[in-house]
Design a protein around this ligand. Structure first.
Ligand code: GLN
Length: 481
């Protein structure tokens, strides 16, 4: 990962007059434009909008009216969040040309705190994937900054890839349904944070699976990610599932180390199916925490390990098949010549513009919720989900934070990914899916390297324990450094 100034350090340069916001934005935009030719971390770079906002902020600086947690900070937004006036496609050809007339709440709040939106980061189409290889027709696959033959992870691949690559200060707004922030953070060696379900409003998110989708942050370090999170979190009248609990100032409280932190080591995620070198690297990082006073205790999540993947994929596909029904080529996004009946037109548009994985999920998801099958599949998966949540709650009686590797492997080469069957592909989400299914906050922190490739450590906290989780992440960040 390339080093850069932290958000607070960069803001000091703005206030001291050493650097103008516009100069800084110019720098990162030209970097993004250049690196994008090679690495494809952006679907769209919104340089005009970014420069215009920078000029406004410089005026505020001059008038000594600069304020906002993200004042002047370049922010990238995963393509599945609406940014007013900027093409927003969720990586799908079916939404090509769509420029939203409004901002997603998370984007609106970041902008209100002074953020400069520099562009839309690349992803698997609608979030359907683990390697950012399932991009829509006409989109390019983001490449890992550590090795271009390897994946950035998915589905927030562009977000993590750019966070690792850039020499400039930057924070990303990303999204996770089943691990899409943690996975790419792990593969690119950056910090990815997914809060409790409902902590950040989903308004303006092109939904994948509504009971699972969570918006979070991606950055080079815990403090920048904490600043982003506290800027975008909180109740929103436009999302009835957003939580009313007050938002803490995570970034200010980060350094307070939780005393006698009990960390539960998830036994199942250090055994079969996990690359030995990955688990060793994660284990070493955890051992360092132990020497700082944390207590490590083995815990077991047998149900989550066994049923997490099937329950998640049933719920996710079922909900996504419903959510994708609104893309018909009539209201917004891509269209064809209007010919034939509605059904014929609808079929043609969807055949043409949805990718293979999206089609697979629509078909499987529709099957799982069809009358006659709903009880056996979707509703059963939802019942299993409750059992998995209960298992987590038992574990939290023994430990405050749970730990495991984020991914069972380091970032794989594209040539290996091509050979995976869909089922083998889904199995890669073993460690990230349980916390997502339960709606629990979780983070991926770099634990070290295997060869030249980064290895991620995943921490999971209990509901709304964002602060504690960030503090524990900070402890690991320091220990590993
Ligand atoms: N890999 C998982 C999936 O394909 C998670 C993706 C996500 O969180 N958007 O569903």
């Amino acid at each position: 990962m390339k080093k850069a100034l932290s958000i607070l350090e960069l803001q000091e340069k703005f206030t001291s007059g050493e650097l103008s916001v516009e100069e800084n934005t110019q720098k990162i935009i030209s970097e993004a434009k250049n690196s994008n030719k090679e690495f494809h971390h952006f679907n769209e770079i919104s340089w005009e909008k970014a420069l215009q906002k920078s000029k406004e902020l410089d005026k505020q600086l001059k008038a000594r009216k600069a304020s906002g947690k993200l004042f002047g900070i370049p922010v990238s937004v995963k393509d599945c969040l609406c940014v007013k006036g900027v093409e927003s496609t969720a990586g799908s050809a079916i939404l090509k040309t769509y420029k939203p007339l409004f901002n997603a709440t998370a984007v609106e709040r970041a902008e209100r705190e002074g953020a400069i939106i520099i562009g839309k980061t690349s992803q698997d189409e609608f979030g359907f994937g683990t390697f950012s290889t399932n991009v829509g027709k006409g989109f390019q696959i983001p490449l890992n900054p550590y090795d271009k033959k390897r994946s950035c992870g998915g589905s927030s691949g562009g977000s993590a890839g750019f966070a690792a690559l850039t020499e400039n200060t930057h924070a990303g707004i990303a999204e996770s349904t089943g691990g899409s922030i943690a996975c790419p953070a792990s593969f690119c060696g950056v910090f990815g944070f997914t809060p409790t379900y409902g902590r950040v409003s989903r308004y303006g998110l092109m939904d994948y699976a509504s009971s699972l989708d969570k918006i979070g942050s991606m950055a080079k370090n815990t403090q920048d990610a904490a600043l982003m999170l506290e800027s975008i979190a909180g109740i929103d009248e436009k999302d009835s599932t957003s939580l009313p609990n007050p938002v803490e100032e995570y970034s200010k409280l980060l350094e307070k180390q939780p005393k006698e932190l009990k960390i539960g080591i998830i036994k199942e995620f250090f055994s079969e199916g996990i690359d030995k070198k990955v688990s060793e690297t994660v284990w070493k990082a955890l051992k360092r925490l132990e020497s700082e006073g944390a207590k490590l205790e083995e815990i077991s999540l047998p149900l989550n390990a066994k049923y997490g993947i099937p329950a998640y994929y049933l719920v996710a596909m079922t909900e996504s098949s419903t959510n994708l029904a609104k893309y018909c080529g009539l209201r917004y996004g891509n269209a064809l010549n209007l010919e034939g009946s509605f059904d014929e037109y609808f079929t043609k548009v969807r055949t043409e513009f949805f990718g293979e994985e999206a089609k697979r999920r629509i078909i499987l998801g529709t099957f799982a919720r069809m009358s006659g099958f709903r009880d056996a599949y979707y509703l059963k998966a939802m019942k299993v989900r409750t059992l998995l949540i209960q298992e987590f709650q038992q574990a939290f009686k023994k430990a405050e934070i749970l730990a495991s590797p984020t991914m069972p492997i380091i970032a794989p080469e594209f040539s290996k990914i091509e050979k995976l069957s869909p089922l083998q592909n889904y199995a890669m989400d073993l460690c990230t899916v349980p916390a997502n299914l339960a709606g629990l906050p979780h983070a991926s922190i770099n634990a070290g390297f295997e060869g030249k490739m980064p290895v991620g450590l995943m921490l999971t906290g209990n509901y709304l324990q964002e602060l504690q989780l960030l503090q524990a992440s900070r402890m690991i960040e320091k220990a590993v450094q």
